[in-house]
Structure formats: structure tokens, C-alpha cells
Design a binder for this molecule. Structure first.
Ligand SMILES: [Ca+2]
Length: 266
């Protein structure tokens, strides 16, 4: 029983971080304005794509950023607030064949939009006329918009929304399954397009990604004043919770003190 108790404690307690890492920074890309997201499609081109807050997607070959934006959405993106703008970018897993990519932004009303676009015959230029809105989410406040996008190991697009904003989730959106605010959503963009709530109770899941080797989901979660969180859900846990099935799932998370990494929940 003691062993079990110790194992349980090890599961909950944050692991200590010893010392500051010895790192040296060097510029990789220059000439960017407020870059928020960096992605690379699986098309073998080795190009890097950067989402700029104001609404432009820039493309880089090596360390050279192409002057002409890959896509310019500044006419429909609202980026006045510090947490508003073009917030997320994700390329379809079979981008090499269908040239589809997805963006998550706040519009000029401050509301969230997830849309699909397609690159043109010129691989460095997207076609703005191909835009199709996947979903929209009204935003009651300018902050806590989440905004990240990522394709899960099952090939669905995962969409993160914060609790809507203000402070302390005054409208209780995080725990309300009747709203997409404060949730991790996923949608089969190649299927019926039905949006599924996968995780709830998320204040602002600003960034998350799937480990390409293990499938583990790592969530960078902006806390309220005292705590920041890195939430991890192991691939085995994802499977057990039914990520490959339909229905709502509650995201497991651990509260940790920054900087720290929590144990993988399996
Ligand atoms: Ca908001």
C-alpha cells in the first residue's frame, strides 16, 4: 500500500528543475513582425511558415524569408488586443497532396474564426479565394482566445479556445459543456465536420502539440495569476479515454509550478 501511495504522490507532485540550462541564442529568421506560430508542412520542401499576429503568413526557404506573404489576412483579422490576431496555423497531414491548411484568428469584431485555405499552384503563394470557414465562436472579451491548431495522431484537427476572457472565468464557460469556450475541440475536417468537445475546464490553452513519436498531448496552459501549467496526456491515456471514438472526454491535467514538467498521465 505504501508503494502505491508513493507512486500516487510521484504522479501528482511536480518534478524539481535543477539549475538554469546553459543556452545560447542565435537568430534563425529575420524581418518578421510579431511572429506567433511556426509550422512546417509534411511536403518534403523543408520550408518554414510563420504566422504573424497582424494576419500574414510568411514562408522561409532556409534562413531567407520570402518578401511576399504566403497569405495576407490582415483585412479580416482583428489584432488590436494583445491576445488577438492570427493565432494559429496547421497544415493538413496530407498537405503534399491537397495543399490544405487551417488558420485560427480573431476577426475585426474580436470573434474567433477557424478557416481552411489552399495553396495555389505556386507553392509559396496561397489562394485567398479558397477560404472556407470551419467554425466561428463569439468572444465576450478581448483576451483568452486560445487560438492554437494541431492535427492529432488520429488525423483530426484540434482547436483550443480559452474561457472567453476577463479574469476568473466570470461566466463559468470553462465548466459549461454548452459552449466551446474553455475547451479543447476536435473535428474531422475530412468527414462530416461535426465539432466534438474533447476537454473542458481550460482557462486558456494557448499552445499544445502532439509528440510525433509517442502521440502524447502536451498543453501549454496560461494560468490565473499564481499558477502556470503544462498539461500532459499520454497516448495510452488518450486511447483509453477514447480519442478514436466519438463523445465528450474530460482532459486530465496536473497543476504545476512554472517552470516544471509534470509526469505523463498514462
Ligand atoms: Ca476572448
Amino acid at each position: 500500500m505504501l508503494v502505491g501511495l508513493l507512486a500516487a504522490l510521484a504522479f501528482v507532485l511536480p518534478m524539481p528543475v535543477s539549475g538554469a540550462p546553459n543556452v545560447r541564442l542565435q537568430p534563425v529568421l529575420t524581418g518578421l513582425r510579431q511572429p506567433l506560430d511556426l509550422r512546417q508542412p509534411a511536403d518534403g520542401s523543408n520550408r518554414l511558415f510563420v504566422a504573424e499576429k497582424a494576419g500574414r503568413i510568411r514562408v522561409a526557404h532556409g534562413d531567407q524569408v520570402v518578401e511576399r506573404p504566403f497569405l495576407d489576412l490582415t483585412g479580416i483579422v482583428g489584432a488590436r488586443g494583445s491576445e488577438q490576431g492570427l493565432l494559429g496555423l496547421a497544415f493538413h497531414p496530407t498537405y503534399a497532396e491537397n495543399r490544405q491548411f487551417f488558420v485560427n484568428y480573431t476577426d475585426t469584431n474580436g470573434d474567433s474564426v477557424v478557416a481552411r485555405y489552399q495553396a495555389s499552384e505556386d507553392p509559396d503563394v496561397a489562394d485567398p479565394g479558397t477560404g472556407v470557414v470551419i467554425l466561428t465562436q463569439p468572444q465576450p472579451f478581448a483576451n483568452h482566445n486560445g487560438g492554437n491548431l494541431a492535427f492529432g495522431p488520429e488525423g483530426w484537427l484540434w482547436i483550443g479556445f480559452g474561457d472567453g476572457g476577463s479574469g476568473g472565468d466570470p461566466r463559468g464557460n470553462g465548466q459549461n459543456p454548452g459552449t466551446w469556450l474553455g475547451k479543447l475541440l476536435r473535428v474531422n475536417v475530412d468527414g462530416d465536420g461535426q465539432v466534438e468537445i474533447w476537454g473542458l475546464g481550460l482557462r486558456n490553452p494557448w499552445r499544445y502539440s502532439f509528440d510525433p513519436l509517442t502521440g502524447d498531448l502536451w498543453v501549454g496552459y496560461v494560468g490565473q495569476t499564481v499558477w502556470e501549467e503544462i498539461d500532459v496526456v499520454g497516448a495510452v491515456c488518450l486511447s483509453r479515454l477514447g480519442v478514436s471514438k466519438h463523445g465528450r472526454r474530460v482532459l486530465l491535467y496536473r497543476r504545476v509550478q512554472w517552470p516544471a514538467v509534470v509526469s505523463v498521465a498514462r
